[in-house]
Design a binder for this molecule. Sequence first.
Ligand code: ADE
Length: 268
Amino acid sequence: MRIRSRFVAGMLLTLIVCFMSFTLCWAEGENKDTPRIGIISAMDNEISLLLDSAEEEEVVTIGGVDYHVGTLCGQDVVICKSGIGKVLGAAGVTAMLNNFDITEVLFTGIAGGVGDKTHVLDMVIATDLVQHDFGEIHADGFKWTKGYVGDGYYPCSEELVDQAYSAAVSIIGEDHVFKGTIATGDQFVASEEYVNWLQDKFDAIACEMEGAAIALVCMQYDTPFVVIRAMSDKADGLANKTYNDMGDRAAELSSSIIMKMLGDTPSA
Ligand code: ADE
């Protein structure tokens, strides 16, 4: 009799465990199979407004990065902070594309303005991105090369550029929103000479540290993308101070434009 009730209890326990793991797997699978907009940034201040505004369903941690799965402005999204620089940007977006059903990637954050056109707290919507630090070192210095994909300039989705531009204009007005090339490298640029070179060499209007890496991975995965950046500084000799003073405001501005974009996009 005792053996029989132990057997029944054992069977019941096994059934409960099976049911729980099935439910967990199903819920996780459901989230992974839902088409979602991927939103990436490099730093906490660039995603905090988005996370505060989102309805989070679960957090999936992959490679040390938290992927926040849920809805934002009525859209199914995954939001993550990849970390700073091209390596972490590429790793973050790759894990996102491998683990979720991502329809498009939106990168939001801050950048240094290049040239006279943009001012601090203006927005730049990238039409294309280039790695300004990709090249060869010779005895007479650095020589930029286009790398191994296309002409070295990675184009954003025209549709997403238009959506981002309209959203930005509706928030800060067209005098403060610019479309153009963003130059990416693993350096915080705080040099008048270097920022002038970025303008002359690439016709860039902003510089930052992740965009071209995200762009290149999205191209490999055939996933539409756009990079939007609010100017926190001018990448010149005063860049460190301006960045410290204006970085948080610029980061929040860029996030608010992403939310405007999502709000204006019809849900699938
Ligand atoms: N992000 C914000 N400002 C920057 C700068 N001056 N250089 C590189 N990345 C930046």
